[in-house]
Design a protein around this ligand. Structure first.
Ligand code: ADP
Ligand code: MG
Length: 710
């Protein structure tokens, strides 16, 4: 028997069963093996029943698996139509009462003489030392089970019941292992990829999911986060991404007109300029950018990374390389404030090596010499132009735009991204975002962007401690914030609304209603910013906050994007139940950006006005994790890809092993690897992968048509 033989070659599968399986899409042995267990039961602790009055040291909440004989099996009728089945289980030493509710048929299915495996959590019944096992799973054991182990539980295939499926799968795995050894199904993933990600081989992965070892983590198996599951998901994603990459390749035959000098010189300069060392993640992404820039076709790359991971410096280095190659670059930010901040910090960093300019729509032409600036951009004297949407306005022209950078790209639409690109001739495009999914996930699945991850924080950041409190405890929040203020920190208080008249907002805290209370409670010099203030007033307040003449900022979510005040170490978010996870996380990213240890540990307090279970779950995730990727994944899980990806739902590709929410990191990895592999499919060692690709198969990789050859 071979893995890709027809299903009827499995022992015990005759023509009839073969047809039933085939009707459910299971035509070959491999299809059977692609049918993963739906869950796993931990039966490693094959135990002893707690005796009467037994002072169980394991604690009563531990699940227990025991082999027993049943005695005194009977059905007991309770009030109304309810009945239960009771028995006494006996393991040769002790007895324990067993009861099943709502499963009256058990009384006919179970026998007093037979042996059974019970799995459940024993609890004390009353105070007299008697134990009871309620609703345990029960399974007949013909022979004494060998140890128990971690047992996979299957779903049905078509109308073939789980127990039958289990026997078939295990029969197939053991026969294949006997006849073909431990590499019983051919590996097609290149060894480099497997090694890089530390993934098991296909045979190892399938063995691990179907016949878990006794050391396996049941939790990981159940959540489908085991290395074996990762291997299967990654393999599936890789094939899909190779197909997408091949398509992208076909679309982008045209090269770009400009060329970059080698990175070496620019990098040496850059590294001397930087007051810190790049993190490993930054180095990796920089290399990806470098490869793109030096390549023939225009870069189209999305850099994702949590707030504060240091994306800007990567863009800055790329701009420096462009300038040294005689090319202009542009950096577009979603707000004026952010553009100004970038301008100030990049001028500090790069000012002696290239000419920078700031272009925003509110620049007063006369005093800022805006006209003159635009002229210098247009004739190529400015190397790096930083600005807002003003960059894509008619009046802004470039002499030779080689590199376009879009910061916080989730704030822009695709149209604006393209408009910026149209300011040059097929310029390289770098887009950056701190909101990884959902949009970027969609892009990863369908889109035209390559994706890089900066999944590491610069050293020295203290993670932001997060607390979720109710309205009743706002005094506690005040205390915590005042502690930070006393140490020299600054604080944000974020309101969901400006005034309480807005929308259906009964009872939600608003700036107008509660602002004064918070200002007084925190007793710091305070300022107010929200979207209805004029830009000048807003910017004025922001910059006073940033210089420290204002210590407390009462604000709406206008502060969500980009504001960089390293001294801000406290944040209170009011009406937190109203915000989505991604937005909460984005807000929290405004604090804890500094490395000044004397300011103490940054704190974010989400005050929730009590609400739905869903909001509670959301806030629990927010409280427990500061990892933006984890949060984005959870957001996707809670809202589902349908909600998150909106109308594109119908077009979502179906994956057999991979799950877009759970495994999206593997999807991103597969995408990066696919880009690399596409050019190397002809190399030795890649034939198996090439063959899989040519067959274009789902699941395990072999063609659904069932050619006998793997
Ligand atoms: P974001 O990814 O949110 O745009 P920034 O690029 O604004 O993050 O970086 C946040 C802060 O971290 C900046 O002050 C920046 O200078 C600093 N930073 C970036 N990279 C490093 C690093 N490798 N080591 C130390 N500090 C860094
Ligand atoms: Mg940034």
């Amino acid at each position: 028997m071979e893995p890709f033989d027809p299903i009827t070659s499995a022992r015990g599968v005759g023509p009839v069963l073969g047809r039933r399986l085939a009707e459910a899409g299971c035509r070959r042995i491999a299809d059977l093996l692609a049918h993963l267990p739906v869950r796993y039961e931990d039966r490693r602790a094959l135990g002893r029943l707690p005796g009467r009055g037994d002072d169980s040291s394991e604690g009563p909440e531990e699940p227990l698996t025991v082999v027993v004989r049943l005695e005194k099996l009977r059905r007991v009728f309770g009030r109304r139509r309810f009945s239960r089945v009771e028995a006494v289980a006996h393991d040769g030493e002790n007895r324990i009462g067993v009861v099943w509710f709502n499963r009256p048929y058990l009384v006919n299915q179970l026998d007093e003489d037979a042996s059974y495996l019970l799995h459940g959590v024993p609890r004390r019944r009353g105070g007299d030392g008697d134990w009871q096992l309620a609703n345990p799973t029960v399974e007949r054991v013909d022979e004494e089970p060998a140890g128990g182990g971690v047992r996979p539980v299957y779903g049905r295939i078509g109308d073939v019941p789980p127990s039958r499926v289990e026997r078939l799968v295990h029969g197939a795995v053991s026969r294949l292992t006997e006849s073909r050894g431990s590499d019983w199904i051919d590996e097609w993933l290149p060894i480099e990829e497997r090694a890089r990600h530390g993934l098991p081989s296909l045979a190892e992965a399938l063995t691990a999911v179907h016949c878990p070892s006794t050391e396996a983590s049941v939790e990981a198996l159940n959540e489908r986060r085991s290395p074996a599951h990762a291997r299967l998901a990654y393999g599936e994603f890789l094939l899909q991404q190779l197909q997408l990459a091949a398509g992208r390749r076909r679309r982008s035959r045209h090269g770009k007109p400009h060329r970059y000098e080698s990175f070496d010189a620019a990098e040496r300069v850059a590294r001397e300029l930087l007051p810190f060392r790049l993190t490993r993640a930054q180095e990796r992404v920089l290399e990806e950018i470098e490869t793109d820039l030096l390549g023939r076709r225009p870069m189209l790359r999305l850099v994702q990374g949590d707030v504060g991971c240091g994306k800007t410096v990567l863009a800055a280095l790329a701009c420096l390389v462009a300038a040294r190659s005689g090319l202009q670059s542009a950096l577009m930010a979603p707000t004026e404030l952010l553009a100004e901040q970038h301008f100030a910090s990049l001028r500090r960093l790069l000012g002696s090596h290239l000419a920078l300019a700031l272009v925003t729509s509110s620049q007063r032409v006369a005093s800022d010499g805006c006209g003159a600036v635009l002229e210098r951009v247009a004739d190529g004297r400015i190397d790096l132009t930083i600005g807002t949407h003003a960059l894509i306005q008619e009046r802004t022209r470039f002499a030779c735009l080689g590199l376009a950078v879009v910061d916080e790209q989730h704030r822009f639409g695709v149209v604006q991204r393209q408009a910026l690109a149209q300011k040059g001739q097929r310029p390289d495009l770098l887009v950056m975002t701190a909101t990884p999914i959902p949009r970027s996930l969609a892009l990863t699945v369908y889109g035209d962007l390559d994706v890089s991850l900066v999944d590491e924080m610069p050293p020295g950041r203290s993670p932001v401690e997060t607390r979720v409190l109710t309205e009743k405890h706002r005094d506690e929040a005040v205390d915590l914030v005042r502690q930070r203020l006393r140490r020299g920190g600054r604080a944000y208080v974020v309101f969901p609304l400006i005034d309480s008249g807005e929308g259906s907002a009964a009872g939600l805290p608003s700036l107008e209603k509660s602002g004064a209370w918070w200002a007084e409670a925190l007793a710091g010099t305070h300022g107010v910013v929200h979207g209805r203030l004029g830009r000048e007033e807003r910017d004025e307040t922001m910059s006073r906050f940033s210089t420290g003449s204002i210590r407390v900022l009462l604000a709406t979510t206008v502060i969500e994007v980009g504001v960089d005040v390293p001294e801000a170490t406290a944040m209170v978010i009011l009406g937190a139940e109203r915000f989505g996870l991604a937005q909460l996380h984005q807000l929290r990213g405004r604090i804890g950006r500094g490395t000044d240890q004397t300011l103490g540990e940054p704190i974010c307090i989400a005050i929730s006005g009590g609400s739905s279970a869903e909001a509670e779950r959301r806030l629990a995730v927010f409280e427990a994790s500061t990892d933006g990727f984890r949060i984005a994944e959870e957001d996707l899980r809670q809202r589902g890809p349908g909600e998150v990806l909106g109308t594109r739902q119908a077009g979502l590709p179906q994956f057999r092993f991979g799950d877009l929410a759970r495994d999206w990191k593997w999807l991103v990895a597969a995408r990066a690897d696919a880009g690399r592999l596409l050019d190397r499919l002809a190399e030795p060692g890649k034939e198996p992968l090439r063959r899989q690709l040519e067959r274009r198969i789902p699941a395990l990789g072999a063609s659904a048509e069932g050619t006998a050859e793997p």
